[in-house]
Design a protein around this ligand. Structure first.
Ligand SMILES: CC(C)(COP(=O)(O)OP(=O)(O)OC[C@H]1O[C@@H](n2cnc3c(N)ncnc32)[C@H](O)[C@@H]1OP(=O)(O)O)[C@@H](O)C(=O)NCCC(=O)NCCS
Length: 153
C-alpha cells in the first residue's frame, strides 16, 4: 500500500492539497508539530506520477488519546478523490494504532460537509452528537465515533 508516515519535506505538497480543498487552515509549523509529536500519527498517500516522480495525493492526521484516538484531518487532492484513497488512508492510520489505542476513534466534521460525512458513515463511523456554533463562522460540528475492536484486529 503506498501509504507511509509524513515527513517535514512533504509539507509543501500537503499544504498545497489543503489549500486546494480549502477545508482547513493549518500552517507548516502546526503540521510539523504533529509529525514530531508522540501523541500524533501523520500519514500520506504517495504514488508515482505519470512522469515517474513520487507524488503525494492525500494525507491524514490522528491524535492518540490513550485507549482512544481522534481523526483530526483527512484529505485527498480533488482529482484523486472517489478512488478509494480516503478509505486507504483511514484504514492505514487506524491499523497503525497499537492494540492499547484501539478502543474508539472520534472525529468532528462540519455539518454541511456532506461528502466527508457520507465518507465517514460509509466507513463505519456513527453520529453521536453535535456542537452548536462550533466553527468560527457559526457552523455546527457533527461528532462521530467508531468502535474499533470489531473493525481491526
Ligand atoms: C472526505 C475525503 C477525504 C474522501 O476521500 P476519497 O478518496 O474521495 O474517499 P473514497 O474514494 O475512499 O470514498 C469516496 C467515495 O468514492 C467511492 N469509491 C471508492 N473507490 C472507488 C472507485 N475505485 N471507483 C469509484 N468510486 C469509488 C466510495 O465508494 C465513496 O463513495 P460515496 O461517494 O458513495 O461515499 C475527500 O472527499 C476530501 O478530501 N474532502 C475534502 C477534505 C475534507 O473535507 N476532509 C474531511 C474533513 S477533516
Amino acid at each position: 500500500m503506498p501509504i507511509r508516515e509524513m515527513k517535514e519535506s512533504d509539507l509543501p505538497r500537503v499544504l498545497e492539497i489543503q489549500q486546494e480543498l480549502a477545508f482547513q487552515d493549518w500552517d507548516a509549523p502546526l503540521f510539523a508539530t504533529k509529525i514530531h509529536a508522540n501523541y500524533a500519527l501523520c500519514v500520506v498517500y504517495e504514488t508515482d506520477s505519470d512522469q515517474g516522480t513520487p507524488q503525494i495525493n492525500g494525507y491524514a492526521v490522528f491524535h492518540l488519546l490513550g485507549s482512544d484516538s481522534e481523526l483530526l484531518s483527512i484529505a485527498v487532492s480533488r482529482d484523486c478523490q472517489h478512488k478509494g484513497i480516503g478509505k486507504m488512508l483511514l484504514d492505514a492510520g487506524l491499523s497503525r494504532l497499537s492494540p492499547e489505542e484501539k478502543d474508539r476513534c472520534f472525529l468532528e466534521v462540519r455539518e454541511g460537509n456532506s461528502t466527508a460525512r457520507k465518507f465517514y458513515e460509509k466507513n463505519g463511523f456513527k453520529l453521536y452528537g453535535d456542537r452548536k456554533n462550533y466553527y468560527s463562522d457559526g457552523e455546527n460540528a457533527c461528532l462521530y465515533s467508531i468502535e474499533l475492536e470489531s473493525q481491526i484486529n
